[in-house]
Write a protein that binds this ligand. Structure first.
Ligand code: HEM
Length: 567
């Protein structure tokens, strides 16, 4: 009798253990066995594979570099999976442009492409819970409609004076380093200029570049009211807290379960402070715009993104205020890091590719004349608008090639259980991705040898100038701003900023990399040129990941005024 009583629970336990073992075994080894993937462990899934791949990468390297290594060992499949359950999801790393297109483009079931995964919600302290980046469905569609016009080219052209004013500050910084010959982190000043531009574009303070200010604008400037001064102080505080908040995302894994609760608490505290300040700024803008309309003043010409999104709003309800605040935070985040990374890599690639730097300067001389002063570009932009960029195809090709080799952003999508979403492989196979996080790995897709040939890893802007070459390339092979309905809202802005800043900085200054990426020299001290036209580097500089991808060392540089010889 006693043994029977003892036996029954033990049998139940054993049966339960067998059942659990079978379920785990099934999920690890059977459920997705037809997917390309590294050998999987019963207990760890692919966490140990990921860990080993990260260990084999240079310190602090972005996860994309680890994915690249795993992809190589698997024989370069168009896509592969990593089982990160139960703490994460199954991650599908897409390495082929045709497959990437399938998650980004609309389908009958998903008219806006696949939705965003919940893991992105870990960014909510930074971008708010109602951010356009993490929203889905109709909520997203309404937000997109509300902000599209504000980021469209015609509106950005009207805001050019604001952009140019901030570029002036950037060049002033570079000039100071050129005079002092001091080493500096290019990333810091690129971050500063792109942050300044995006924050001013949202709410311009009616400040224009010296060369562009009209007397009426000057009058507005001179007569700064105490309200205006309070607004400036508020902007400074927003800048300070925002950067402290961003810093909490540095060197942490994005998965929420790994984050120290104290960090979470600090994030929440800073996010609340930021919300209060940004909402005050929005209210100030809104009431100011009302009084401008009532007084028929001229400054409405410089309406920023915030006011444009509030057109037709009679009353600033808390709901509208919250949503606008979330988008302001989103634009601060999405609109500065990414463009800053583009600028850093572009200036670095130019510094080590003398042929390209020379060709760029020749093009700029032809369009702008030999005066390298920034006023020349300012004047051309005010008289000709953005059409001036149409005369600079080489500059455009440099930006395109930089974004190909060093894409600062990427997209992750997800189809919920039971949606029945399939990805089709180039060989015709279709596999279900329900419940997977689908990650388009741009750093692999953009270097595909089948698309870009043997030079796929080389910096060759000329590849974008030959119509025959480019028309043969499917558009989906180049996707740094992603594609489909949810492609980057700020791509026009990023393009304008990059063109203006590179056109000004590259003609006036020579940059020299320090530390990682530094040029290798021969016995006589002359730089060693590789056959691909670039100086050899002692050690490669690479990207780390802090929410977006960025150079690991902040792009340490020195700078000098450009040699007259090159002009
Ligand atoms: C070189 C610069 C930039 C790059 C490479 C870039 C890249 C991207 C990528 C890959 C996405 C898709 C992200 C996803 O699906 O999760 C995206 C979305 C977005 N970007 Fe950018 N971006 C850049 C600059 C900007 C700028 C200057 C802004 C200005 C505010 C901006 C605002 C946004 C927004 C709001 C979205 C979300 C769009 C939506 O879901 O409808 N980006 N960007």
């Amino acid at each position: 009798m006693d043994t029977q009583i003892l036996l029954t629970p033990s049998v139940v336990v054993i049966l339960l253990l067998v059942f659990i073992y079978y379920r785990i075994w099934y999920h690890r080894f059977k459920q997705y066995s037809f997917w390309p993937q590294p050998p999987v462990s019963l207990l760890w899934g692919h966490w140990n594979v990921m860990h080993k791949a990260i260990q084999a990468c240079p310190a602090g390297a972005s996860s994309d570099i680890a994915f690249g290594r795993i992809w190589e060992t698997l024989g370069r499949p168009p896509a592969f999976i990593l089982d990160l359950r139960p703490v994460g999801s199954v991650l599908c790393v897409v390495c082929n442009h045709e497959m990437a297109e399938q998650s980004a483009q609309p389908s009958k079931k998903f008219p806006y492409g696949l939705g965003k995964p919940p893991v992105m919600k870990t960014m909510s302290a930074l971008i708010g819970r109602g951010s356009i980046i993490t929203s889905n469905g109709l909520e997203w569609k309404n937000l997109r409609r509300r902000y599209t016009q504000a980021f469209a080219l015609p509106h950005l052209i009207r805001l050019l004076p604001v952009i140019l004013d901030k570029v002036g500050n950037f060049l002033q910084n570079i000039e100071e380093y050129a005079v002092s010959s001091e080493e500096f982190r290019l990333g810091d000043i690129c971050n500063r200029v792109t942050y300044d531009i995006i924050s001013k574009i949202m709410a311009p303070r009616y400040v224009a570049h010296r060369a562009l200010r009209s007397p009426s604008l000057d009058a507005v400037l001179l007569g700064e009211s105490s309200d205006n001064i309070a607004d400036q102080l508020r902007q400074r505080e927003i800048f300070r807290i925002y950067h402290q908040l961003v810093a909490t995302y540095r060197n942490t894994e994005e998965e929420s379960f790994l984050i120290d609760p104290r960090v979470k608490w600090r994030r929440r505290r800073m996010a609340t402070q930021l919300d209060v300040l940004i909402q005050e700024a929005i209210k100030y803008r809104f009431s100011h715009s009302r009084s401008r309309v009532a007084n028929h003043t001229i400054e409405g010409n410089l309406d920023g993104v915030i006011l444009m999104s509030l057109v037709g709003v009679e009353e600033l309800t808390q709901e509208i205020l919250n949503s606008t605040c979330d988008q302001v935070k989103t634009f601060l985040f999405a609109g500065h890091d990414t463009t800053s990374t583009l600028l850093q890599w572009a200036l670095y690639e130019l510094s080590r590719t003398p042929r390209v730097l020379h060709s760029l300067r020749t093009e700029l001389d032809e369009v702008l004349g030999h005066d390298t002063g920034t006023e020349v570009l300012y004047n051309c932009l005010t008289t000709q608008g953005a059409s001036i960029f149409g005369k600079m195809p080489y500059l455009s090709a440099i930006i395109k090639e930089t974004l190909r080799l060093h894409p600062p952003g990427a997209t992750a999508r997800m189809a919920v259980t039971g949606s029945g979403v399939f990805l089709q492989f180039p060989d015709g196979r279709t596999l279900c991705v329900d419940d997977f996080v689908v990650y388009n790995c741009l750093s692999i897709i953009h270097r595909d040898g089948d698309v870009y040939g043997e030079s796929s890893n080389d910096f060759i802007p000329e590849r974008w100038l030959c119509k025959k070459n480019t028309s043969a390339l499917p558009a989906s092979t180049w996707r740094p701003f992603e594609r489909g309905p949810r492609s980057c809202l700020g791509q026009e802005l990023a393009n304008i900023e990059a063109r203006v800043i590179l056109a000004c900085a590259a003609r006036k200054y020579d940059f020299f990399k320090v530390g990682l990426g530094e040029t290798m020299v021969d016995a006589s001290g002359a730089p060693i040129l590789h056959e691909n036209g670039q100086y050899r580097a002692v050690e490669d500089v690479y990207n780390t990941r802090e929410l977006t991808f960025k150079p690991i060392d902040g792009m340490r540089m020195t700078v000098q005024p450009a040699l007259a010889l090159d002009h």
